[in-house]
Design a protein around this ligand. Structure first.
Ligand code: NAP
Length: 268
């Protein structure tokens, strides 16, 4: 899609992290932003500092279908939808409460569906539009302590891959974003309990992802993998999950794939 001055872009989860960086990158190109998050004050403050004047703060919970639809309706027609809002709770599956499981499912997966469901009909009517879905490297190879988070990200991946093909010829397209570790606030509430394989010190900047998202919309790329190691993980896991386990054990330590090593049997 060609981005022009006034191209209308909605970003969910725009108050912080990757969503905020994506909003800033589109605003720098002259786009008019609909900035959506639960915290109205944060998106209102962002709307007033971005270059350009046509930005709107939209407060809603993406997991609340009616509230989200009402907020997107208030913004009106959008050319680009970035379904980015997400939450994470890491921990063994047995230790997660079922409410945490439902919360991640409602926000990460159903929140994506609700946003697309709301924006897509208008795009189809106009015969033009672009949907960006922010999934994760965890969509290719989910990690221990992140079974449910990974499942929500894999759901986004399957959904967006199919949707891209389903929409062929309609004028509407889809890009899926697969970030690796990015320096955001996603794990602020669980800093002290993150699994050992998680390497915060390697986290990339949200801006580096955002610049690639804007370029992907302009070039109609199917996917963004960032950092590039995410693509290697995708290929390795696709070829052989055991190979991916071995590589991850080397790079991230045994906690990344504790069952990967073959037990030694016998003496001969
Ligand atoms: N950071 C990483 O390493 C990483 C890696 C792979 C994928 N991702 C994905 O990137 C996306 C953005 O995450 P981030 O890392 O930028 O996290 P972040 O810094 O915590 O930002 C999350 C954003 O989502 C919003 N949000 C959360 N729950 C919401 C809800 N129910 N309704 C509306 N907005 C909501 C937050 O605002 P409010 O709290 O005000 O609502 C905030 O703006 C997520 O989908 C995440 O899964 C992140």
């Amino acid at each position: 899609m060609e981005l022009r001055s006034g191209t209308r872009v909605v970003v969910t989860g725009a108050s912080r992290g990757i969503g905020r960086a994506i909003a800033e990158a589109f605003a720098a190109r002259g786009c008019a932003l609909g900035l959506l998050a639960r915290s109205h004050d944060e998106v209102a403050a962002l709307a007033s500092t971005l270059p350009g004047r046509a930005h709107e703060a939209l407060s809603a919970d993406v997991g609340d279908r009616e509230a989200l639809t009402a907020a997107l309706d208030r913004f009106g027609p959008c050319d680009v939808l970035v379904a980015n809002a997400g939450v994470a709770s890491y921990g063994s599956f047995s230790s997660l409460s079922i409410e945490e499981v439902e919360r991640m499912t409602q926000i990460n997966w159903l929140g994506t569906v609700y946003a697309v469901r709301s924006a897509l009909p208008g795009m189809l009517e106009r015969g033009a539009g672009h949907i960006v879905i922010v999934s994760s490297a965890a969509a290719f190879r989910a990690f221990p302590q992140a079974a449910v988070y990974g499942a929500t990200k894999a759901a986004q991946r399957a959904f967006s891959e199919a949707l891209r093909h389903e929409l062929a010829g309609t004028g509407v397209s889809v890009t899926t974003v697969y970030p690796g570790e990015i320096a955001t606030h996603l794990h602020d509430h669980e800093k002290d309990s993150m699994p050992r394989w998680y390497k915060r010190e390697r986290a990339a900047s949200p801006k580096s992802v955002a610049d690639r998202v804007v370029a992907a919309v302009e070039s109609d790329a199917a996917a963004v993998h960032y950092p590039p190691a995410v693509r290697s993980l995708r290929v390795a896991h696709g070829l052989s999950p055991r190979l991916a386990d071995a590589v991850l054990r080397r790079l991230r330590g045994a906690s990344a794939a504790p069952r990967g090593a073959r037990p030694r049997t016998g003496s001969g």
